[in-house]
Structures are given as structure tokens and as C-alpha cells.
Write a protein that binds this ligand. Structure first.
Ligand code: GLU
Length: 446
């Protein structure tokens, strides 16, 4: 069996971390199994779907590195859905209902008062042909519900194990709205059958839906995929994702200079038995992927962890991999600067600070009591500096001034960089050059 999976976003918004985790799980599994990853655009809702969102989804998935082998839009497949609906109607699985949403609301309220679950009462099944003719004459248009069996549906979920949904406890799902438009439920099944999807991998908010969809699968064909429902994402406090995090889009993360691999490392590991850490490549994540490692508890998404992983990745990133982006950021100093500072950045954009610090004109930052000391140090600077200059110069300054430890080191760092902390001074001095260093040590603009 060749694995075929699909990621099926609706282009009614931007991709956020929750969707991306589902995409990642599908992609990792497909890659691991040598299977096919299909991007299905669930755009049956023509009013809310936009081309801009669709383009954004494709752009984000490409940025993340999830290439797809096949893609299609549901909006191009209405005739197939119509054909499936016709078959279901002919076989009595799909029945017309005429209740307005106010009538349904009233029904549910009554059920609540009576202590009954708010399950659709199947009133429409009692309608006679005459009733229907009357309703139609009033101008009412039917919506169409799928008639569930009322029996338990069971399956072995790859993540959750044995699952049972008692279909008598859920309402017959509406598959077609009164305006003739399709809800997601039927098109998804039709496509999963036709695309020969072997595994439906999605969030556990779809578990109940799977109970109903399995019955729809069985009413349409012999094909039934396996299901894997992954636990939902929550915030670090264990509560639901905050509104801000929940809607955190890939575009925003990209603008904040978060690396796609940091996002994949975190989303690929939270909620699993593996340690949460930066992974060097998507290939490594593929190698390490297994559904068996995914626990039942919600996966905690912590932004601080994302930043930490982002930094860890950058600390190991070779210059070639960031060269173009550094150039776009206007970061000078080439590979020498990158190797000097990469251990100190959390995000790529932090490189701008160090590039500016080293190359833009600025006065040295010198405390009153260090003025004399810094002037002496300036006098001891060699004519030109390179990587090897820092050590001998520091020794010379120590010998001349008698200062040591922090008292020796800190005023020099401050004068040269304006900061109390930062990368090793040895390469920084070499990068800024003797002239600039001298001026700053003298308290001048250098
Ligand atoms: N468009 C659906 C959603 O985003 C797809 C669910 C599924 O994977 O079947 O919820």
C-alpha cells in the first residue's frame, strides 16, 4: 500500500500554528513512508474563501518546506459532489429537511429543558409528500441531512486507539445547505475516496465528525482510510491556545524572523515522547517521526521555547544558508561577522544590531573613571588589527595599567561596542578595525 495523505485547509484565513502542526504530521508521515502528500484546498464555501488566502497557504507551506506532489481545489469538483449526493438521495441516505434555524433553535432549547441531548429529532422523516408539497409551495427550500445508522461506529485510531462514536448521540449531519451549497463533510469524503487517501490525519476536534464520516464513506464505497486524530495544541499553561497564539500566522512568524525549521522542530516534538529541541533538518524530523511517540495529552505550545529553538538553530547555521537574508537585512561583515555573532543571536534580525554596532559611526561608551584607562588602551593598539590582535593587546593593557578581570575587560567591551554583553571580543575587534577602535576608546565617534 502506498501511503496517500492530504492536508486540507480552508482558504478562509491564514495558516496558524494549529493548522501547521496538522500539515507537518501529514507531511512527515508521507515522507517517512515514501508516500504522497496532497494539498487539498477546501474552498466549497465560495463566499468566505479567497484567492489571497489560498496563495498565502501555498506560500507558507513552501516556506516551511512541505512540498506537495498533488493538489486540487474542491471548488472545481462540484459535479462529483452532486453525483455523490444524487446517489445518497436515491438510496435514502440523504433526506430533505425544512426547519428554519429558528425552529431548530427552539427545538434544542426544548430538549435542554427536558434534559435531553440536543440531537436533531428527525422530524423531517415524518413528512408526507403532501407536507413537503405544502412547504415547497410556501417557498421553503430543503437542506439535506445524512441519515446516520443510530449504531455505534468503531475504528482503531492510530493515535487514540479504539474509538467508538455512538451515532444515536449525534445529529444527522447537514450535508447540503438550503441554498444548494455543500458543507465540508460530504466533499471531504468524496475526495478522500477518489484520491485514494490511505490515512486521514487531523486534529482531535474531528473525532465525532469521523464517526459520521465513516458512515458516509461506507454508504458511498468500499474505501475507508485509517484515521489518526492528534491532540490539540494548548498554551504553555495547559489552557487553550491564547487568542493571540491561536491566530499566530506563519506570515507573522516569518516577519518576526522565526526560522521555519524552528517552527517544525517545536510543532514536531511537543506532545511526543521525544525531547523538545532544535532539529538540524526536516529530514531528521522525518527519520524520527512515529505516531507511536504521540501521546494523548494536549501538546503545549510555548513561544519562549520557540525562540530558544530558533536561537539554537542559528548558532549552528552556516553562512551560506543565511547569506542572502543577511544581505537583504543590510548586514555588513560577511561570513566573518556571522561566525563572530551567530552564537549570540536569537533571531536573524539580531545580526542588524551587531552589524550596526561594529560598522556604523558611534561614540565609545566610557564611564568617567575609565577615561584614562581607555585612553591608555587606545595608545597600545597596534597600527592594524586582525583575529590574533586581541590577546596580545589585552596583555599589554593589563601590564601597563595593572587592571585585571572585569575591571580590565568590561570598560574595553563597553567602549568598543556600547554594550555590557555580546560575542567574543577577539573577532569583533578584528572586524571593526584599529581606526574605529582607537576613536571609540578615546571617546570619539568611530
Ligand atoms: N477543511 C477541514 C478543516 O480545516 C479539513 C478537515 C480534514 O482534515 O478533514 O477543518
Amino acid at each position: 500500500m502506498t501511503v496517500r495523505v492530504r492536508f486540507a485547509p480552508s482558504p478562509t484565513g491564514k495558516l496558524h500554528v494549529g493548522n501547521v502542526r496538522t500539515a507537518l504530521m501529514n507531511w512527515l508521515f508521507a515522507k517517512k513512508e515514501g508516500g504522497t502528500f496532497i494539498l487539498r484546498i477546501d474552498d466549497t464555501d465560495l463566499e468566505r474563501s479567497t484567492n489571497a488566502y489560498e496563495d498565502g497557504i501555498r506560500e507558507d507551506l513552501t516556506w516551511l518546506g512541505f512540498e506537495w506532489q498533488e493538489t486540487f481545489n474542491q471548488s472545481h469538483r462540484f459535479p462529483e459532489y452532486e453525483a455523490a449526493a444524487k446517489k445518497l438521495k436515491a438510496e435514502g441516505f440523504l433526506y430533505p429537511c425544512y426547519e428554519t434555524s429558528e425552529e431548530l433553535d427552539r427545538q434544542r432549547k426544548l430538549q435542554r429543558v427536558q434534559g435531553k441531548p440536543p440531537v436533531y429529532n428527525r422530524g423531517a422523516l415524518e413528512l408526507t409528500d403532501a407536507d413537503i408539497a405544502k412547504l415547497e409551495a410556501e417557498g421553503r427550500k430543503p437542506h439535506w441531512r445524512f441519515k446516520l445508522s443510530g449504531n455505534p461506529v468503531t475504528w482503531t485510531d492510530i493515535v487514540r486507539g479504539e474509538q467508538t462514536i455512538d451515532t444515536s448521540s449525534i445529529s444527522d449531519p447537514v450535508l447540503i445547505r438550503a441554498d444548494g451549497s455543500f458543507l465540508y463533510t460530504l466533499p471531504s469524503v468524496v475526495d478522500d475516496i477518489e484520491a485514494k487517501i490511505t490515512h486521514v490525519i487531523r486534529g482531535e476536534d474531528h473525532v465525532t465528525n469521523s464517526g459520521a464520516q465513516i458512515e458516509i464513506f461506507k454508504s458511498l464505497s468500499d474505501h475507508l482510510p485509517s484515521f489518526a486524530h492528534t491532540p490539540l495544541l494548548v498554551g504553555k499553561d495547559g489552557k487553550g491556545l491564547s487568542k493571540r497564539l491561536g491566530s499566530l500566522s506563519m506570515g507573522e512568524l516569518r516577519e518576526q524572523y522565526i526560522e521555519p525549521l524552528a517552527i517544525c522542530s517545536l510543532l514536531g516534538k511537543i506532545g511526543t515522547s521525544d525531547p523538545i529541541e532544535a532539529r538540524p533538518s526536516l529530514d531528521v524530523l522525518v527519520e524520527e517521526f512515529s505516531f507511536e511517540k504521540i501521546g494523548r495529552a494536549p501538546a503545549r505550545f510555548d513561544e519562549d521555547e520557540l525562540l530558544l529553538i530558533n536561537g539554537r538553530l542559528l548558532h549552528e547555521t552556516p553562512f551560506e544558508d543565511v547569506e542572502e537574508r543577511l544581505e537583504a537585512l543590510g548586514v555588513a561583515g560577511g561570513s566573518a561577522l556571522w561566525f563572530a555573532i551567530r552564537g549570540n543571536v536569537e533571531k536573524l534580525s539580531d545580526a542588524v544590531l551587531w552589524s550596526t554596532t561594529l560598522f556604523a559611526p558611534m561614540p565609545g561608551r566610557i564611564e568617567e573613571e575609565d577615561k584614562e584607562f581607555c585612553a591608555q588602551a587606545a595608545g597600545l593598539l597596534p597600527e592594524t588589527v586582525d583575529q590574533g590582535s586581541w590577546g596580545p593587546w589585552l596583555s599589554a593593557v593589563k601590564a601597563e595599567t595593572g587592571r585585571k578581570g572585569k575591571g580590565l575587560f568590561m570598560p574595553l567591551r563597553r567602549a568598543l561596542t556600547g554594550q555590557d554583553h555580546g560575542p567574543e571580543m577577539e573577532p569583533l575587534l578584528a572586524l571593526m578595525g584599529a581606526e574605529k577602535a582607537r576613536l571609540r576608546l578615546e571617546g570619539k565617534i568611530g
